[in-house]
Every structure is written in C-alpha cells, then in structure tokens.
Ligand binder design. Sequence first.
Ligand SMILES: Cc1cc2nc3c(=O)[nH]c(=O)nc-3n(C[C@H](O)[C@H](O)[C@H](O)COP(=O)(O)OP(=O)(O)OC[C@H]3O[C@@H](n4cnc5c(N)ncnc54)[C@H](O)[C@@H]3O)c2cc1C
Length: 379
Amino acid sequence: MERIAIVGGGTGGTVLANRLADELQTEIENGDVEVRLITADENHVYKPTFLYIPFGKKTVEDAKRPIKELVDRRVSLTIDEVVDIDTDGKRLSLADGPALAYDQLTVATGANLEPETVPGLVEGGHHFYGPDGAEQLRDELAQFTDGHLVLSVIGVPHMCPAAPVEFVLMVDDWLRERGLRDDVEITYTYPINRTHGIQSIADWATDLFDERDIGYETFFNVDEVDPEAEVIETLEGSELSYDLLVAIPPHGGTDLVTDAGLGDDGWVDVDRNTLEATAAEDVYAIGDAADVPTSKAGSVAHYEADVVADRIASQARGAVPTATYSGKTVCFLEAGMDEATFIEFEYGDEPFVREPSKHLHWAKLGYNESYWLTARGLL
Ligand SMILES: Cc1cc2nc3c(=O)[nH]c(=O)nc-3n(C[C@H](O)[C@H](O)[C@H](O)COP(=O)(O)OP(=O)(O)OC[C@H]3O[C@@H](n4cnc5c(N)ncnc54)[C@H](O)[C@@H]3O)c2cc1C
C-alpha cells in the first residue's frame, strides 16, 4: 500500500487531503493507497477572520470548525503533534501516538508568531494575528478614544502581506464612523524603503495614506519596545511614541522542519515550481511552511495543494508527475470598512491594483463564507 502522509490540517493540508481523496478514490477504496492527515489541533482555523475581530465584526468562534467535519471520509485523520520527521527512515514520530511510516510526505505546518524575540513587544504591543491577540485588541480599541495609534510591521516575511495595510485603512474608517478620527493620530511603519514589499501595493497604499491623513515611516526596523515609556526604538536609531501599538510580530517556521534538515528558520527549502523538498526524497511542502518567493497566503496554500495533489496522484498511479506551481496568488484587500480591491499575480509579476469598490468588499466577505466549502474541496 502507498502511504501518503500530510502534516498540518490548515488551509493547505486540508485542501490537499480532500483533493487526494477525490483523485485517488478508487485506489483508496481498493486498499492500494492510504491518505493520512496528521494535525495537532482538532479545530481547523481560518485566520483571515482575525482581521475583523478587532472591529467586533467577527468572533473567534467564527474562525474555527472541527477538522473532522471538513475532511473527506476516505481520509484517515490523526489528531496529534508530529515531533520528529525522519526523512531517511521515512517515519514520523508523534507526541502521543505510535510512529507512522510514509511513502510520500507533505509538510503543511504553517507559520508561528514569535513576538517574544523583540524585547518589550509582548508587554507593550497588541496584534490581530492570533485569536487571543485579536480579542485583546478588540477590547483595547473599544476604549481607545484619543492618542497615537501605531501599526508597526516588525517581521517579514509574515502571513498575508496585505493585512497590515488593510487594518490601517479599516481603523481609519472605523474611527471616522465613530466620530473619533480627529482625536486619533495614525502612523504605519514598514521595515524597507516603501510602505509594502510589492511596489504597486506600496504606491496604492501610500496614495491612500496621504489622502486619509495616515502617517507612515519606512526603513523602520524595530529593535525593542519600552512598554513603560510607550516608545518604540529602531535599529536605525529613531524613536516613536505610541498610545496603542498594533504590531505584526516576527514569524518563524517550526523546529520540526529545521531538525529534520529540511531548511533553515523552520521553512522548507523547495523547488518553487514542483514544491519538492530539495534536501530529501519524496517530501513536498505547501503553504506558509514552504520557502517560495511569493506571499504567505491562504490562496497560495490552496493553489499549491492542487499542484501537489496532482503530482502525488500521478506518482501513486506510476505516472510521471507534470503539474507545476506558477506562483499564482490572489488576494482581496479591504480599503476601509465597506470597500475593497483585488489583485492576482504569478512569480515575477507586478500586480495591478483595481479601483476599490463596495462590490469587491462584498466579494471578499462572500469568499470568506464560502471558504468552508473550499476547504472541503468543493470549490
Ligand atoms: C490576520 C490574517 C489575515 C489573513 N488574511 C488572508 C487573506 O485575506 N487571504 C489569504 O490568502 N491569506 C490570508 N492570511 C494568511 C493565511 O491564513 C495563511 O497563509 C494560511 O493559513 C496558510 O495555510 P497553511 O496550511 O500553510 O498553514 P495554517 O493554515 O497555519 O495551518 C497549519 C496547520 O499545521 C498544524 N501543525 C503545525 N505544526 C504541526 C505539527 N508539528 N504536527 C501536526 N500539526 C501541526 C497547525 O495546527 C495548523 O492546523 C491571513 C492570515 C492572518 C493571520
């Protein structure tokens, strides 16, 4: 029997498991193939929901569903943490259960937040990148009526490169709706010499920031935060005072990947088109865990999962895999509380940023609702 293992039941791992169950249904039913998803959390979490929690538009409960409800019945599901990957012996060690052997492995373990790597950030900053952080920020924002709100992008790469710009444009609009905007100064900071890593998004965001009286500082690399004095100190030697700091914390991969020799900093080194690991045979990586030159975004994880499903299904049938990933990425960006834009691009492309509209905002909200069908492999 061909044993196909997937580690991580987030966007990438869930879409991949369901695609494989569909593509290989005959082989699975005949007992020739097993598709096994091993994931640490019994809930599947849809992280884009977190953007709406600080504004009271969504809750943490809205962001999660039991993984067993999303996975095809032909997928073998193991709720456990993988603590070691032995790529020579082709074995996975689990925190609780017995070790599992595999023939084909896909690593889809996502990205982790590492706020503790910046002195003072845990005590002095808020974020909306995880469920607890998003709820705490909601409570802070509800009471924030005047002062200096700073959104600081501290670490790159981070999940959803657009989300910090979206947050700033949304908070500007939200404060205007509540009649508080004149009492709140907003500043956005970014580590490189423009407001976003992608030039066309930087141009678009900078124009909107100017229009809406949102300040910005570039080449702003946070060294430490002084929570008592409410001051950010940078590697460039500057200081910025805040009353409410919303930070995008540094991100990292997982030690599991580094310890397995699959890549540095917890990201898996892969061929950017085939998504095969460069350091081991019969190992793929998808989603945030894969070190490819595009965004750490759910759409990337989804398109990569389609490609890897095609490749693994071909291999399971004894055919040469030919599907490749072109870097396809799509993203809706909120431009306020009721307008959004949309971009799409592949490796090397400069995305075109469309004029924001209410229609695109509703399309983003509609996509977020239909995500639960996407994860099941139905869209
Ligand atoms: C605020 C915010 C807004 C966002 N907005 C958007 C957006 O609008 N559009 C977009 O495309 N993307 C967006 N993203 C990014 C998107 O959520 C991620 O890129 C996507 O979830 C990545 O999918 P993944 O499968 O790689 O990882 P994840 O979805 O993070 O899943 C990883 C899974 O692996 C499991 N796992 C980890 N380690 C182990 C282990 N050792 N053993 C077993 N299981 C393990 C975890 O429990 C988890 O289930 C946003 C992210 C945030 C934080």
